[in-house]
Design a protein around this ligand. Structure first.
Ligand SMILES: [Zn+2]
Length: 405
């Protein structure tokens, strides 16, 4: 089936904007992107772009399909039967895709559910975005995320844990360099896995041709991870000049996941979020926003990630992060690129995804209006009128996650 998106604004995903552009899709690929008069194949389904914009399918570099966005998802997820967890995760995968996100990187699953989901999506068993999955996150004993993670202490044990995840099929190794917000009695600013432990896992991942990512909030943990050769810093709450300089020098991107702290702060204890999580959020959030600004001004690569699955950070509402990036000082064009072309590079899939260019896979999103004028429209589900993955149009249902439960 061929499709032609005719005569409208195309936000390419690499910084370029085309007006009066037409995009032709043949099978699973974009075969033509041109401005002005273009010959439309007779058999193509014609979709006029009047009043709409066409963008690349978005890429969320940090989600947790096994967490359900409930007030205390770490404890809640492990308390439910695995089958229920897996069925919910499948539903979240569908919602994510319908929300305009055609690729995700899952940054910590539960008992291999994320790895199985990826297979189920790839084989067409269930609808969902393209997926890179980390399997279980690796943390120190009692460290952040221990409820769902794989606890390992000492370089040899962490090395073995990384090997186990690679054996299980992980595309990326997720390491916990510092404490976090959602685990009780753990300080976000504290160091957790040591530089030596982190290095052991990074070595194993790189030997297997895989990338690594770390949950890192406190400065010393961020620096440990950077010195150990980590490939991306997730959250980056307390960045300092040394960390930012290392990130620029070694081209290590920041995935700030502003949505995570934003949703905890805006819903609060009244919504049932544990008091310790709200207290830590209120304490660290100003530092986080200052760090995001410092990173942007210093030229650190910033890619979109949401941490979807954390409290009230709902799967399918991922593009709220674009709005938050704009509120943090990014232009709409920069924020959109952070969730398309730049995110594709962070995931290492830039040859086939991340932009509306000839030869790339036809992962596309059509929205009402022009998000360059108002990036906030991307956060409104009704504005997403069409999602295409690999040339196939996705059936979009705009029921919010809470609306059906
Ligand atoms: Zn996370």
């Amino acid at each position: 089936m061929n499709t032609a998106f005719i005569n409208g604004t195309v936000i390419v995903g690499n910084g370029r904007i085309l007006e009066h552009a037409t995009v032709i899709v043949e099978d699973d690929k974009i075969v033509k992107v041109a401005v002005g008069d273009v010959k439309i194949p007779a058999d193509a389904k014609k979709i006029p772009l009047d009043g709409h914009s066409l963008l690349p399918g978005f890429i969320d570099c940090h989600v947790h399909l096994c967490l359900d966005g409930s007030p205390d998802p770490l404890s809640g997820s492990v308390a439910q039967p695995l089958t229920v967890n897996a069925l919910k995760a499948a539903d979240f995968a569908r919602r994510t895709l319908e929300g305009g996100v055609t690729s995700i990187r899952d940054m910590g699953g539960i008992n291999g559910i994320d790895l199985g989901l990826k297979q189920a999506i790839d084989t067409g068993l269930i609808p969902g975005p393209r997926m890179l999955a980390s399997g279980r996150m690796i943390c120190m004993t009692g460290g952040h995320g221990w409820q769902v993670g794989l606890e390992a202490d000492g370089a040899d044990a962490v090395r073995k844990a990384a090997r186990e995840q690679i054996k299980a099929g992980a595309d990326i190794i997720k390491l916990m360099a510092t404490g976090g917000v959602l685990t009780p009695a753990v300080e976000p600013g504290s160091e957790q896995l040591t530089e030596e432990e982190l290095r052991a896992a990074v070595e194993e991942a790189h030997k297997a041709g895989k990338k690594t990512a770390t949950h890192a909030m406190g400065t010393r943990g961020i620096l440990n991870a950077l010195r150990a050769g980590i490939d991306s810093i997730e959250h980056g709450v307390y960045l300092d000049e040394e960390a930012v300089a290392l990130m620029v020098k070694n081209k290590v991107p920041l995935i700030p996941t502003i949505s995570a702290l934003y949703n905890i702060e805006s819903r609060g204890v009244e919504a049932g979020i544990p008091a310790y999580a709200v207290e830590k959020t209120l304490r660290v959030k100003p530092f986080h926003l200052a760090s995001v600004r410092m990173a942007r001004e210093a030229g650190v690569t910033v890619a979109m990630g949401t941490d979807a699955g954390t409290p009230f950070n709902m799967h399918g509402e991922n593009l709220g992060e674009i709005k938050l990036l704009v509120q943090s000082g990014f232009s709409p064009a920069q924020a959109i690129e952070a969730g398309t072309g730049i995110a594709a590079r962070v995931l290492g899939v830039e040859k086939t995804l991340g932009s509306v260019e000839e030869g790339k896979l036809a992962d596309l999103v059509m929205v009402t209006g022009n998000p360059l004028d108002d990036a906030g429209i991307l956060a409104e589900r009704q504005a997403i009128v069409l999602v295409m993955k690999g040339g196939k149009q996705v059936k979009v249902n705009h029921q919010p996650q809470g609306g059906e439960q």
